[in-house]
Ligand binder design. Structure first.
Ligand code: PMP
Ligand code: GLN
Length: 380
């Protein structure tokens, strides 16, 4: 049968490719973003408790009420916004499904969606499979800032959505007040939706503050914020997240969500609802990961890799132009197979043939792992 692919350019994701290569060569895997340490025993006991109590059937379509309620409380206390758990919060199968269903719910064929590259890999195919047209704004190393006047030139009468991500994967940069003011100016007078990927909301360093979409009531009127419990609880394998949006947008989101997954695993939702009763559990993440970032930076001291400041996420970029002229995709392969440390080439977050000689290392790892990686990388 002749198949006309809806995603002719989509291959296997770079995260899968690099993790497989790392496993094959028994390399230290600092490529795909996931912790190599476990989530808390208490959280696991809570899941077991709810499983044993029989919470093993379908959850309500928008999510377990107790979880939506605690998320609303958290949003009120962190961002000062009152959101209604009944009409504004939906629990999703990770941030990926939230992003996909948001794009699916709002993007029609030929609608333009502005993507800011380097961009997380799931945005573009989600736009394309729905017939939308990705329009790319490119940020460059080492600053990775948006020049909003230049970005504005990409806006046309067909622009339906702009996707932003803060803290930003892969660069670790965070949106500033000024960025939000520019974004507001740009979106307000036009019929443009703002989708903000905040998967790393609790991982921001050096005393800086995460600037959530939920701090911006004017943008929230046309905005959807996406979160991931995988990052907050060291449980990337649970695929649990949520989307927060005003009632009119949530209504449309749920129309797609209910036919996409209907609902998300029940005992985990109950467990997370109880676990989040104690805010300390997510408030201490900034310091926890800042220590790991600093540990990696000190382990890399004396190497020829040049770090590019990371303000958040669990990623740190390094420029390797002092070491090699190779394209980053080749360089990371050689790093993995010859030296035994796997990384992600930053060009894979661009749709153009960007050649900046920058790699991404994930520092959500034990100090022992980071030390071993540093020892190898200092010698390259
Ligand atoms: N957005 C960003 C920026 C991410 O880095 C990730 C994955 N780490 C996701 C979304 C997807 O999150 P999830 O695993 O919850 O689907
Ligand atoms: N978000 C993770 C990263 O950036 C990977 C998630 C995935 O493998 N799809 O590394």
């Amino acid at each position: 049968m002749l198949i006309s692919s809806k995603l002719p350019n989509a291959g296997t994701t770079i995260f899968t490719v690099m993790s497989a290569l790392a496993n094959q060569h028994h390399a230290i895997n600092l490529s795909q973003g996931f912790p190599n340490f476990d989530c808390s025993d208490e959280l696991k006991s809570l899941v077991e408790k709810y499983m044993r109590q029989g919470y093993n059937q379908y959850a309500p379509m928008p999510g377990v009420p107790a979880l939506r309620e605690i998320i609303a409380e958290k949003i009120q206390s962190l961002y000062g916004m009152a959101v209604d758990p009944e009409t504004e919060i939906t629990i999703t199968a990770g941030a990926t499904q939230a992003l996909y269903c948001t794009i699916s719910a709002f993007i029609r064929p030929d609608d333009e969606v502005i993507l800011i590259e380097p961009a997380y890999d799931s945005y573009r195919p989600a736009v394309e499979v729905n017939g939308g047209i990705p329009v790319t704004y490119e940020m460059s190393a080492p600053g990775y800032r948006v020049d909003w006047r230049m970005l504005e030139r990409l806006v046309t009468w067909k622009t339906r959505m702009i996707i932003v991500n803060t803290p930003h994967n892969p660069t670790g940069k965070i949106l500033s007040e000024l960025d939000w003011a520019e974004l507001q100016r740009l979106a307000e007078d036009r019929d443009i939706l703002v989708l903000c990927d905040e998967a790393y909301e609790h991982i921001v360093f050096d005393g800086k503050k995460h600037k959530s979409l939920l701090l911006k009531p004017k943008i929230y009127e046309r905005g959807l914020a996406v979160f991931s419990f995988g990052k907050t609880l060291h449980t990337t394998g649970w695929k649990l997240g949520c989307v927060v949006a005003p009632p009119d947008l949530t209504r449309e989101f749920r129309k797609v969500h209910q036919f996409n997954v209907f609902s998300v695993n029940t005992p985990m939702q109950h467990a997370v609802a109880e676990y989040l009763q104690s805010p300390q559990r997510y408030l201490e993440l900034d310091a926890f990961f800042e220590k790991k970032r600093d540990y990696l930076l000190s382990a890399m001291q004396g190497s020829r890799f040049v770090p590019i400041a990371s303000e958040g996420t669990y990623f740190q970029l390094f420029d390797y132009s002092n070491i090699s002229d190779e394209k980053d995709t080749e360089f990371v392969k050689r790093m993995t197979t010859e030296h035994g440390v796997a990384a992600i080439p930053v060009s894979s977050f661009y749709s153009s043939n960007k050649d900046e000689k920058v790699i991404r290392l994930c520092f959500a790892k034990t100090e022992e792992t980071l030390a071993r990686a540093g020892e190898i990388l200092r010698k390259i």
